[in-house]
Write a protein that binds this ligand. Sequence first.
Ligand SMILES: Cc1cc2nc3c(=O)[nH]c(=O)nc-3n(C[C@H](O)[C@H](O)[C@H](O)COP(=O)(O)OP(=O)(O)OC[C@H]3O[C@@H](n4cnc5c(N)ncnc54)[C@H](O)[C@@H]3O)c2cc1C
Length: 716
Amino acid sequence: MNQSLAFAGPTPAVLTTVPTVPLGADLLGPGRGLGPTPCTSSCECPYSDSTFLRGVCGPSLAIFLGIIEMVLRDSCDVAEPCRRARADAFARRGHQAFDYIVVGAGVAGSVVASRLSEDKGVSVLLLEAGPEEPLATLVPAFAVKSVGTYLDWGFATEGEKRACWSTGGRCPWPRGKMVAGTGGMQGMMYMRGHPVIYDTWERQGNPGWGYRDVLPYFKKAEGNREMHLVEPGFHSDKGPLAVQRFPHRPQLAEDLVRAGNELLGYESPPDLNGGNQTGFTIAQMMVYKGLRGSTARMYLRPSMGRPNLVVNTEALVSKVVIDAERGRATGVEFIDKNGVKQTVRAKREVVVCAGAVGSPQLLLLSGLGPTEELEAVGVTPVADLPVGRNLHNHVAATIHYVVDDLAGRSVADSESDDEDYYERDDDEVGPMSMAALHRFLQRRSGPLASTGLTQVTAFLASKYAENRVPDIQIFFDGFHAGCQSELQPALRCAPPNATHSRGDFYDVQVELDLDAAARSAARSTLRAHKSDVVVEGCPMTRRIAARPTATRTLSKGRLSLRSADPRDPPLIHGNYFAHERDLLVLVEGMKAAAKLAETKSLRKWGFKLDETPAKGCRHLPFASDQYWACVAQTHTGPEHHQAGSCRMGPAGDPAAVVDPELRVHGVPNLRVADASIMPIVPNSNTIAGIVMVAEKASDLIRSAWKRPSLLGVLTG
Ligand SMILES: Cc1cc2nc3c(=O)[nH]c(=O)nc-3n(C[C@H](O)[C@H](O)[C@H](O)COP(=O)(O)OP(=O)(O)OC[C@H]3O[C@@H](n4cnc5c(N)ncnc54)[C@H](O)[C@@H]3O)c2cc1C
C-alpha cells in the first residue's frame, strides 16, 4: 500500500500520506491498484499505453500530468489490458479472409464490429489506423487534450473566403486517430437533435429513417442511469452506452441554467432529448464510473473476448478492393504498422466507418467518386458518385465574460437547491491539483471527473428558425482543466506584495517520496501553474466563454483527393458562410448569449461581457451586429460536427452515395455507416445520432444476410 497511490479509507483534508514512489518511467510497479476496485487478473496482460498528456501543457505541468498517466496505466480497472487490441492481432491470427471487414474503430466502427460479432458463426475484422484508446483520454477533465497531438489526424480546411480569417482561411478540423476515433477526443455530451431532422431524412427518400423508426435505435444504444430526469417514452436504461450527468460541476453551471430559464421564462429545464428541444440544461454525458464512456469502451472492449472478432490497430486502410466485373467489394488493402502493404479478403461485406473525412477519402482512393476528379490524381474510376460533395458542419463563435470568482461561489453555495446532485464544486480544489487527482482516484469524482462549464448547453430558435426548431446551440467553457489559469486579479487592483495558494496545496500535496532534487522540481513546476493562487487583497476575476453555434447550416463544403497517396490528407473546403443565413443565425446566437449578462441569476457573480474588442474587429462598435459578424468570420469556431460527405439517398438521386440500407450505389456489399451518410447533420452534437446510425446499420447488415433471396446477389 505504501508503494502506491491507492487511497483507501476516508479522504484526509490534504494528502499527508507519503507514498514511496520513485520518479522515473515506472512510477508505479505493475499490478498496483487504485481506489476501491482492486486489481484483477487482467493486469497480468502486458499493456503499454499511448501517452500524450504529459506533453500538452508544456514543462510547468509535465510532471503532474505524467504522474496521472503513470497512475492510470497501472490501474487495472481503468486500463483493462486484457480487453485491448494490438497492432499485430491480424498477423497473429494468420488468416486472410473474414466475413466482414469494418474500417475504422471510431464511434461508429466500434459499435458495428461489436454488433456484427454477436453472431458466433461469422468472423469480423476491425481495422484502425491509430493506436489503442490512450488511458488519459478516459479522464473527463482531459476530454479534448489529445486535440493537436499525434492522436489527431490534424486536418484543416483551406481557401475559406468568409471564415477563419485570423488563421489565413484555414480552419482546423481535429479528428481522432485511435481506437474510439474522434469519440476519444470529444466533450462527451449526449444530444440527439430534433426529431424533425430525421423526418427530413425520410422525406428525402430514405424510408426507415424517420424519427419514429430511429427512436428504437437510440433506445437500443442508450443505458440511461438517470431515468428520473428524462421524459418518459424517449429513453432506455438497457443499452451499452452509459448516459448520465458528470458527478461534479461548478456552481456557476447551475446559475447559467437558471439564467437561461429566466431568459426563456421556464420554470425548469426540459429534457432536451425529449419532446421540447428548447432550453438550457446541465447535459447528460457519455460517461461511466467517472470515466469517458466511448463506444470503444462500452461496446468494443466487452466484445474483445470473442474468438470471431479481430481488432488490428495501426493499420491504415488504403483501398477497398472492388472487382469491377462482378461489381462487388472483395476486400481491402491496408498498410500495417511496419509500412507493409497487406490484403485481406471480405467474404460478405466491407463496412466503412472511417468518419466524415476518412470514409469519403477511402471511397475516392478506391475509385468511387467524381470521374474527372479521380482521373486528375491518377486513380482509376470505378463508379461515378458524388462522394465528398455534401460535406457540411456546424459553425460557432466565442464570446467572453468575466465573473467575480469568489463572490459568486459563496452566494451560489448557500442557494444551491439541486438535491439530486452528487457533488458541487469546492472552491478549494482546482482541476490541475493533487487534491483533485486524489479525489478522482479515490472516488472518481471532483473536477477531474467533469468538464467544468462545458457540461452546460442550450438550444434556442432564432428569428430565422423554421417552425421554431432550434437553429442555435450554445456551449460554455470555463472551470476546466486548462493549461493556463482562468483567474486573474481584478482590474485596477493594487499590485500585490504577497501571494499564497489556497489551502497551500502545492506545498503539502507533492508529498511523493522523491529525492530532494526531484521533489523540489516537482513543487516548483506545480506551483508555476497558479490556477489556485490568490493574490492578497485583490478580488479574483475569472474569464469564461460561451460558444453560440449555428446548427442548421445551409453552406455545403467539398472533400476531394490531394493525391492518390492514402497518407496524404484530403483537400477539404468547408465553405463556411457561403450561405449568408448561417452568419445571420450565428449573430443572433451571439446576441442571445450576450443577454445572459443582463440576467438577475448571474448578477451575484458580477457576470459581465468582456468588452475587450476582438482583434481585427476593433474598428466596429462593440456588440453591434457588424461587430459580432466580424468576430464570427475572423475567429471562426469551425465546430466538430462534420457530416454528409457520403450522403444517403435513393437510387436516381444525383446527390446520393449510399442507398437507405447504406450500401454504396452500384456496389451492393460495400456499406458506409457513420456521420458521412447523414443527409443533414442533426442540430446538436453528433455522437448519439452516429451511434443510432451504427446500430441500425448493424441490424440492416445482419438481417440482409438472413434473407436467402439476397445471399446470391450479395455473394455474387
Ligand atoms: C473537440 C471535439 C469535441 C466534440 N464534442 C462532442 C460532444 O461533446 N458530443 C458529441 O456527440 N460529439 C462531439 N464531437 C463530435 C464527435 O466526436 C464526432 O462527430 C464523432 O466522433 C464522429 O464519429 P465517426 O464514427 O463518424 O468518426 P470517428 O469517431 O472519427 O471514427 C473514424 C475512425 O476511423 C479511423 N480511420 C479513418 N480513416 C481510416 C483508414 N483509412 N484506415 C483505418 N482507419 C481509419 C479513424 O482513425 C477513426 O478512429 C466532438 C468532436 C471534437 C473534435
